[in-house]
Design a protein around this ligand. Structure first.
Ligand code: G3P
Length: 215
């Protein structure tokens, strides 16, 4: 499974890249607004740090606007993936931009037929939002399983990018359900490498060694 970081913070992206495990980045308008930076400038900065796919979301909600913005984003760097919403206009823009050779990420996916439709329109990635389904008492992870089954039934090449991951349990469940990619907040990326038995074990190894041989 590929690992993307879900952030627009350059500092977090650099730290995750330094860990040697980062395959790509996803951003969205909320994450950019949180950073308070120029969108295009920040995307260019991210693409200098990360060679893998960097999702850049359009703000426009109409087809023509999405195409204009998408083409603009695509010029920033070769690894830009144009992020479009799972709407009818988004579907049409996905088809046009995919036919032009751009890679697309269809976001805000909440039901399996949206995923089937965007795959038919040539989407490179589809982003089901796990945490936001859990928020309304629906099983977000079930959606990942359903999309996996549909894509496997028909050999659809669109990659499942599990998004809105809030904690390590989401992360592991996505891996078990066969998501191709998980986009994970920096906090969760660091959380998964902490285990009390690892910390205690390391402490004991060092204490035993120092007792025998001195500091
Ligand atoms: O990748 C999508 C993500 O940024 C949304 O996460 O936690 O706001 O639902 P969240």
């Amino acid at each position: 499974m590929d690992l993307y970081i879900d952030t627009a913070s350059l500092d977090e992206i650099k730290q995750a890249a330094d860990m040697g495990v980062l395959d790509g980045v996803t951003t969205n308008p909320s994450l950019i607004a949180k950073e308070g930076v120029d969108y295009g400038k920040r995307l260019a900065e991210i693409c200098e740090v990360v060679e893998g796919p960097v999702s850049a979301e359009v703000i426009a909600t109409d087809y023509a606007g999405m195409i204009t913005e998408g083409r603009h984003h695509a010029k920033i760097a070769d690894n830009i993936v144009i992020k479009l919403p799972c709407t009818i206009d988004g579907l049409k823009a996905c088809k046009t931009l995919s036919d032009e050779g751009s890679r697309t990420n269809l976001t805000l996916c909440f039901q399996p037929l949206q995923a089937l439709m965007v795959a038919k329109a040539g989407a490179y990635l589809v982003s089901p939002f796990i945490g936001r389904l859990d928020d309304i008492a629906q099983d977000g992870m079930e959606l990942i399983g359903q999309i996996r089954e549909i894509y496997d039934n028909y050999g659809l090449p669109t990659k499942i990018l599990a998004a809105s991951i809030r904690h390590p349990l989401h992360f592991v469940q996505c891996a078990l359900a066969g998501a191709d990619v998980a986009t994970v907040p920096f906090k969760v990326i660091t959380q998964v490498m902490h285990h009390p038995l690892t910390d205690n074990g390391l402490e004991k190894f060092l204490a035993d060694y120092n007792k025998a041989f001195g500091q």
